[in-house]
Structure formats: C-alpha cells, structure tokens
Write a protein that binds this ligand. Structure first.
Ligand code: SAH
Length: 396
C-alpha cells in the first residue's frame, strides 16, 4: 500500500486520535495514490500509525479511517462503522421514536466526510471528501442493509467539496423519489423535509431538542423567532401554547415551507402566527422604533463564520443581533441565542452575548448552555465537531 510519511513531530495529533492530517504535516508519499485511495500513515521513525483516505487537492491531505494500522478498509469496514453508529443511537432513550435523526455524524462516528440523516423511510446522504466519494457504493449499501430504508438521496453539494477538488453530486442512489412530500413527526409536530432543495440535507435536525425546550418555555408568551427557516421553533412554540409567534426569514421559499408546515398541523392555532419576509437586522431595528417587545426571542442565524478567518466580521454580526434581541426583550424575558459557526468557540460566543447585554443595559444570566442533540455526538478527540452552541439567557 502507498505510504504517507509524516514530517518529524507531526505524529503528535495522531496520538491524540485527531483524524485530520494537514498538508503541512506530510513529508512525502512512497508510491502513488489517487483521490480517496487508502494510504498507510507512517511517522518519520517508521512507526505505522493509521490508515487514511488520501485527498490530494485538500489542505486536509488525509483523513484517518482507522487508527489500527492493519485495518482493512473495504465494504465490511463500512458495514461495521455504520452498524456501530446506528447502535449508538438505538441505545439512547432520548432518540427513541424520532422519525428524523442524524445516523452518521462524520468524524465523530468514525466516518470522516460522511453525513447521513434519516427522515422516516428516506435517508439523505452527504459526502464531503475524496475518501467517502470513492466508497459511495459501500456506504450506500451499508446504510440500506442496516436500516432497510426505501430510498437514499445523495446531497453532496456542500461548498466544502470544492476545497477537495470534487464536483457536486446529487440524485437518488437507492430507490426512487417518493410520490408524496417528505415529512417527519418531531415531538408531536409535523414538519416537511425537502431533501432535494432544502438547506443542508433538507432540515435542521440539530435543533430538535432546543425546539422542544422552546415549547416548554412558550406557554402564554409572546415569541419572536428570528431566522425561522421552515418554522420549526415557531411551530413548537405554538404547540407549547404561545400567545403569539412572530417569525422572520429573508427567504420567501423558506417562509412558504413554514406556512405549509403550519397548515399540516391543524392542532395548532394559526391565528397566533405572523410571518415576516425581511432581513432580521433591519426588522429588529423597526420593531425597536415601534416599541414592540417579546417574552421569548430565538436567534438562530446562518453560519456567519465558516472558518476562523471570518471570526471578526462574524463576531460583529452576532453582537449586533444579540444587542437588538436584548433591547426587544420584556423584563424577565428569555433569549435563546445560537451560533453554528465553526470559527466561533463557545467562550467567544458567550463573551459576545455578554457584551451585547452590557450595551443594551440589561443584567442577564445563563440558565442553560445548549447544543445539538445526542444524534450529533462530538468525539472527544474531535472538538471541531461541536459547531452548534447556544445559550438560554434570562434578562432582568
Ligand atoms: N431555526 C431554523 C434554522 C435556521 S437556518 C430551524 O430550526 O429550522 C437560517 C435561516 O436564516 C435560513 O432560513 C435563511 O434563509 C435565513 N437568513 C439568512 N440571513 C438572513 C437575514 N439577514 N435575515 C433574515 N433571515 C436570514
């Protein structure tokens, strides 16, 4: 097998079981490798450390499949890893009965570059690196065998594929398009999922538990849901008995999806919902001028900082919306605020929110730290997996 020889000292992150080998860590290759081929990872003392997938165009030059230097990477390997990922979720009572669930969360499930989200009898699969691209058939086969789903849609169109030198790939890789629109039951609320045209794999499964928390807090409250997408937080707030729910998004199609979702939930009181197609930054300023106030505000913006390089500009944007959020909050009100930017860590995010509270002249305290649900595990050796962080804050 082709050998990837590390520069001196560059074995250290592998001893910590971090699965990424950066361009600057690679001394040379002994032999040839095509994109996605499995290579032996060897340090400069000749110690064999791991087997990894070669990504010649990416700054992340190789991603470790296994820290067993003798592991055989074949169809059976993917069957095992997929079965392990599923077993982990089956063992978690909190996930029992969920129709929507992340089955494979990339590096944290031992499958770098593989995301698989299940929506009932459909899986949406996203492959983001050369290794998984090469093993597509093995991964699809393992998922079909382990879950028995009727169909799998591949949604490998994320921007990060460009960094790998890979073209976008989309389409049905198992079964056929369903006749009816896809939807899932999420804790008593029916929500549509558009695997072909929606964001990410069609839906934001990572916020499931936090939407449930919103429901628990919403009774009798005036709720403002910013960046509402297809209305997940809004509908759970209505389910929790909110007095009113104002939802804002700049995307017309997202709002149309939200209203369609509301229509498929006749148990919810649609007269309490107001939908606004607008830029959140502008809309909140208008609300402030109008003197509008809310008891519970959700801020779940898109990724302002895809990487650490964008952190400064992103920090200003987070500060701005959180400041506006605090200003619109009634005394005793709750702010549920998130960042899904990999480039902004929890500590920095908390500082930004604290700064926003000071500037708004509000004393506030964190009641809970929030994160993605247990179907989005974070491997201890892969802190990058913790992209979603949130705070539930109560202001005086
Ligand atoms: N909370 C949602 C997911 C939010 S995704 C859920 O639980 O499903 C982020 C959303 O922000 C997208 O729908 C996008 O259209 C919207 N968006 C991005 N920039 C915006 C802006 N400046 N103003 C309003 N909406 C924006």
């Amino acid at each position: 097998m082709t050998e990837l020889i590390l520069k001196p000292g560059k074995e250290r992150s592998l001893f910590r079981r971090h699965p990424w080998i950066f361009e600057g860590s690679v001394a040379h290759l002994n032999g040839r490798a095509r994109p996605g081929d499995t290579v032996d990872v060897i340090d400069d003392n000749g110690r064999r450390l791991a087997r990894a997938a070669w990504s010649p165009k990416s700054q992340i030059r190789a991603r470790v499949w296994s820290f067993d230097p003798d592991a055989i990477i074949d169809d059976a390997f993917f069957k095992r890893r997929v079965a392990e990922a599923l077993a982990r979720r089956e063992a978690m009572p909190q996930l029992a009965g969920q129709e929507g669930m992340r089955l494979i969360h990339g590096e944290s499930d031992g499958l770098p570059g593989v995301i698989a989200d299940r929506y009932g009898d459909t899986i949406c699969l996203q492959l983001t690196a050369a290794g998984p691209d090469k093993w597509r058939n093995a991964i699809v086969g393992a998922l079909v065998k382990a879950t028995g789903v009727a169909r799998i849609y591949e949604r490998s169109d994320s921007d990060v594929r460009g960094l790998e030198g890979l073209e976008p790939v989309t389409g049905w890789v198992h079964g056929e398009a369903p006749e009816a629109k896809l939807s899932i039951d999420e804790n008593g609320v029916r929500l549509g999922v558009d695997v072909v045209g929606g964001h990410k794999t069609g839906f934001y499964l990572d916020q499931r538990d936090n939407r449930l928390l919103t429901r628990d807090l919403a009774k009798g409250k005036s709720v403002l849901n910013c960046f509402c997408y297809t209305g997940g937080f809004s509908l759970q707030a209505l389910a929790g008995g909110a007095a009113s729910v104002v939802s804002i998004d700049s995307s017309g199609p997202a709002l149309a999806g939200a209203q369609a979702n509301l229509a498929t939930n006749p148990q919810l009181d649609a007269s309490r919902a107001e939908w606004l197609e607008a830029d959140v930054f502008e809309a909140l300023r208008v609300f402030r001028k109008e003197g509008r106030r809310f008891d519970l505000i959700v801020l779940d913006p898109p990724k302002f900082a895809p990487s650490a390089a964008h952190a400064d500009r992103a920090a200003r944007a987070y500060k701005d919306i959180n400041l506006l959020g605090f200003r619109l909050l009634n005394p005793g009100g709750y702010l549920m605020t998130y960042s899904c930017s990999g480039g902004i860590g929890l500590e920095l995010f908390q500082k930004i929110v604290a700064g926003a509270a000071v500037d708004a002249g509000r004393d506030a305290r964190i009641l809970r730290r929030l994160s993605a649900g247990p179907d989005h595990p974070i491997a201890l050796h892969f802190p990058e997996g913790e992209y979603l962080k949130g705070l539930l804050v109560q202001a005086d």
